[in-house]
Design a protein around this ligand. Structure first.
Ligand SMILES: NC(=O)C1=CN([C@@H]2O[C@H](COP(=O)(O)OP(=O)(O)OC[C@H]3O[C@@H](n4cnc5c(N)ncnc54)[C@H](OP(=O)(O)O)[C@@H]3O)[C@@H](O)[C@H]2O)C=CC1
Ligand SMILES: O=C(O)C1=N[C@H](C(=O)O)C[C@H](O)C1
Length: 263
């Protein structure tokens, strides 16, 4: 927190993460939710009225929040980014599952306002990603397999975090250029593969495990999110940091590098 007060808008306010963000804001001194919208009608969340998302542009114009926090779906996130660009409101989005053309839409908005997109707002995942890059560089030639596990209502697979970790591994291992999603039948492993496994079960908040194996040894690096409050806290840290930035494209690492997450 910068110490000043922060006014935020929340999209997807009726969803699992939207509710968590509103609760986290209520628990944090100096943060107010001035706009909350959802695609379908929803009862108030933690005492905050949730409006129809079709009214987002007029609600932003009236409330003039410092930042909007979005956890919805790719199409909606792009539409909300355009509305933020028109309204001059900074946007933090944790939504995952974007197609490349949709990412272009987010980037277009970042020419007018600051936009921060993160596949995971847990600082432990930021640490995991650093450790994965280091291990991938230190273990040339080792096989790499990634497994992620999430609750049974998650739509996108593999998770956004898994894709970020795969990008990390590939950035330091030129020899790994094929992502193989599960295996079945006669499917011997090729040396250029990274195996990717997405499990969906129960109410698991989110787990990511990277296995490095070779040379008669194995290393496993794992992150487990205890609850969604971890992500909501990180998103609020990001919103607080982003509100004062120039238009542009930002990552959660920028917030952490600046000491803006809970410091
Ligand atoms: N970056 C991070 O740290 C994290 C990212 N996420 C990501 O956040 C997103 C939302 O997750 P979660 O809250 O669990 O999902 P939910 O399905 O619980 O909530 C999604 C919310 O967004 C609304 N919404 C609006 N447009 C869309 C759309 N096009 N598709 C889907 N929902 C839409 C839904 O409205 P309605 O009620 O009308 O369906 C709902 O309120 C996902 O992409 C998920 O991967 C999740 C956790 C952490
Ligand atoms: O949908 C979820 O729940 C989560 N989604 C994010 C992702 O796709 O990586 C982050 C977290 O793992 C929870």
């Amino acid at each position: 927190m910068s110490g000043d007060s922060l006014s935020i808008a929340v999209t997807g306010a009726g969803g699992r993460m939207g509710r968590e963000v509103i609760s986290a804001a209520a628990d944090r001194e100096g943060v107010a939710v001035s706009v909350a919208v959802n695609r379908t009608p929803t009862d108030p969340v933690a005492g905050v009225a949730v409006e129809d998302a079709d009214r987002l542009d007029e609600l932003l114009a009236a409330a003039e929040p410092d930042a909007l926090v979005d956890f919805t779906g790719p199409e909606s996130a792009v539409a909300y980014a355009e509305i933020c660009a028109d309204a001059g409101v900074a946007m933090v989005t944790g939504t995952t599952g974007f197609a490349d053309a949709q990412l272009d839409g987010l980037r277009a908005a970042s020419k007018a306002v600051p936009v921060l997109k993160a596949s995971n707002f847990a600082r432990g995942v930021a640490a995991l990603r650093r450790a994965v890059r280091e291990a991938a560089a230190a273990l040339p030639g080792y096989d790499v397999e990634l497994t992620e596990t999430h609750h049974n209502a998650k739509r996108d697979a593999p998770s956004g975090t898994a894709k970020s970790i795969l990008d990390d591994v590939e950035s330091v291992r030129d020899d790994l250029d094929e992502r193989v999603h599960g295996r079945e039948g006669d499917a011997p492993r090729e040396s250029n593969e990274i195996g990717v496994h997405a499990r969906r079960a129960g109410d698991v908040t989110g787990e990511h495990e990277v296995l490095f194996a070779g040379n008669r040894e194995a290393v496993e690096l794992t992150h487990r999110a205890g609850d969604r409050g971890v992500f909501a806290e990180g998103a609020l840290d990001a919103a607080d940091w982003l509100a004062d930035r120039e238009p542009g494209w930002y990552a959660f690492g920028d917030v952490l590098d600046a000491g803006g997450a809970g410091e």
